[in-house]
Design a protein around this ligand. Sequence first.
Ligand code: MSP
Length: 537
Amino acid sequence: MSTTYITTPIYYVNDRPHIGHCYTTLLADVAARAHRLTGSDVFFLTGTDEHAEKVSKTALEHNKTPMEWATINADRFKEAFGFMNFSHDDFVRTTESRHKTKAAQYIQQLVDSGDIELGDYQGWYDPSQEEYLTETVAKENDYTSPVTGKPLEKRVEQNYFFRLDKHEAWLKEQIQSDQIRVLPQARKNEVLGRFAQGLQKVPVSRRIKQGDADWGITMPNDPDHRIYVWIEALCNYLTVVDTPEREKYWPATVHLMAKDILWFHAVIWPAMLRALGREPPAMIYAHAYFISEGRKMSKSLGNFIEIDQLQAYAERFSLDALRWYLLTQGPLGATDADFAYQRFVEVYNADLANGIGNATSRVGNMIVKYFDGIMPECDTPATPNDSPLVTECKNIAEQFAQSCSDMAIDQAALLGTRLAGKVDEYISQTRPFSLAKQREEPENEQQLRRILQDCAETLRIATLLLYPAMPWKMAQLWRTWNCNHLTDPDDPNSSFVAPLAELAQWNSPYSIKPGQLIAKGEVLFMRADAKLAVPAP
Ligand code: MSP
């Protein structure tokens, strides 16, 4: 069985989660569910990055110890991810000993191999991001933080350094040749562009000063130095699976994140892994940002879309509708995307209420009305190659798997809405409701049965493709139509009874068969009125 390892960044716990954190984790969840559906053995990891200076600082402002504050926020992340129905296999906190011990071992290994060495460092430090910037980047940004706009600090210190420079040629080759795929393409070009300046050594520690909070992991060979949080944090991807039961998942299939932290993942991390004698990740995927109603989200504007706002959307439109909007309208590509109410309603009505929702209720209702909700026998041959819908469904599992392995998971999901659209077209062309008015003609009766069966079967396949984005709603329909896809039909998070290539076969053991009960069921997605006010917490 193939294995798949999907990760999200581990998030800082200085504050509560917001839409951005949920978005990346949603992408990982949809990708994880899609890979599970295709039959892969998936490990999906998310978690929190706790040893940052900003965590101990905000803890102090809240009259809490760093650990207390980290726990409060880590719990908020866990709760938010529970609400979003994310299916992560583990949630790592970097304050856990399983992470700390292994991270320190890796650092020691790099000291022993000479990949980490002591030296003087002078540079431009961005305190808000806890990172050093190169002279070029600092100058480009007028010696202010490219993220927060606050002034950079000139700092000189004795540090341990990771010899990133040693890996320049290898890294460039790996990225250029797509051995390490950096996506989207625009991001790959940017990373390769930065190689022109040459790769420098990277500081990996800071000397502990008086008054520093006792927070973080110290250098294993030198307790006067604390490991720089970024270096330690990157190690989480390996610490969690560096066990006999989980080592089969390495190397990672994809590390997901936004463009802000691409360099660490595409350059520093693969070089560290090489120095550790481990394989580099297969893909680094850096999406763009969500903005809010046309404006960049920031603390000063106070316009972060928070969890309670997302909950209000989920309450009105359903959680799966929220997941759908984020997935298909989000910044998966190279450009930022807007979270905007009017657009939400448009997409909801077009794709869900008038799309898959309408198609399934139309077909379901006709089966209920004309056949008392029992899928009828059909005299026409069981291999109806003449139906245009069969052609649409052919190779659909392969197309789906291909899109998923390119991380085009929005496109993979849209294959499902496309199939639903084809069913609608087919109904308009073949007019089963007119045939139903003249059923005494045996030919009409047979045609009516064939059409409904083909439509129901196509929709069944469509819902499989839509499942990773909308597991609850699709499982709900499968219960109404008695489709046996899940090991526990009542639990949308249970495993599939077979891989997609089998499930999505026309005329398979999983197909809708004569005699199968098709209930009317609840409407999946009620039409929404854009004139209603924006959902408020
Ligand atoms: N702790 C580091 C990551 C270490 S990974 C070894 C960190 N944490 S963070 O809390 O700041 O999270 C940054 C990530 O949150 C982004 O890379 C992205 O995944 C997500 N997002 C934060 N804001 C976002 C948007 N506005 N839009 C989309 N995603 C965003 O950096």
